[in-house]
Design a binder for this molecule. Structure first.
Ligand SMILES: [Zn+2]
Length: 77
């Protein structure tokens, strides 16, 4: 079975651009993820086929850090 093309510049969780410096051909230490706190829940949600290959985006990485909040995502305040 042919593998679909892997786009490492796209977030595997939401399909938006992940702003990954490495995918953009820049140094890894310039990537936003080096200064951001990524949640384990967000990383765990990445499909096995893409884990360690495609980065998640800042939005998904940041949103998942709120996962300890008892309110479900999108709940009215
Ligand atoms: Zn995302």
């Amino acid at each position: 079975m042919p593998q679909p093309a892997l786009d490492t510049s796209v977030c595997p969780l939401c399909g938006q651009g992940n702003q990954c410096a490495v995918a953009a051909g820049q140094a890894a230490d310039t990537c936003w993820c080096m200064s951001a706190q990524l949640s384990a829940a967000a990383l765990a949600a990445v499909p096995d086929a893409l884990r360690g290959r495609a980065c998640i985006c800042p939005t998904c990485g940041a949103a998942a850090t709120q996962s300890t909040d008892p309110q479900p995502p999108g709940a009215p305040i």
